[in-house]
Design a protein around this ligand. Structure first.
Ligand code: FES
Length: 75
């Protein structure tokens, strides 16, 4: 269910991150990842581009099932 009055239903996934930027692109050097890193895919994180757990509230509010992508170094 998605009422049009709700901002999250405007058609824009990104309601928070760098809104004045025409396209949000992030580059992370593999060397800067120690062990593993979780990257946000819900566009709600306050610690973008990393996941801060905000997807849990989003999922609860909307019934969505999004979560981070975890990048880890091979052993
Ligand atoms: Fe966005 Fe976790 S905060 S996926």
């Amino acid at each position: 269910y998605c009422p049009k009055a709700r901002p999250s239903c405007s058609g824009k996934l990104n309601q928070v991150i760098q809104l004045s930027n025409p396209k949000v692109v992030d580059t992370i050097d593999v060397e800067d990842i120690s062990g593993k890193a979780a990257f946000c895919r819900c566009w709600k994180s306050k610690n973008w581009p990393y996941c801060d757990g905000s997807h849990a509230a989003h999922n609860k509010e909307t019934g969505d099932n999004v979560g981070p992508v975890i990048v880890k170094k091979a052993k």
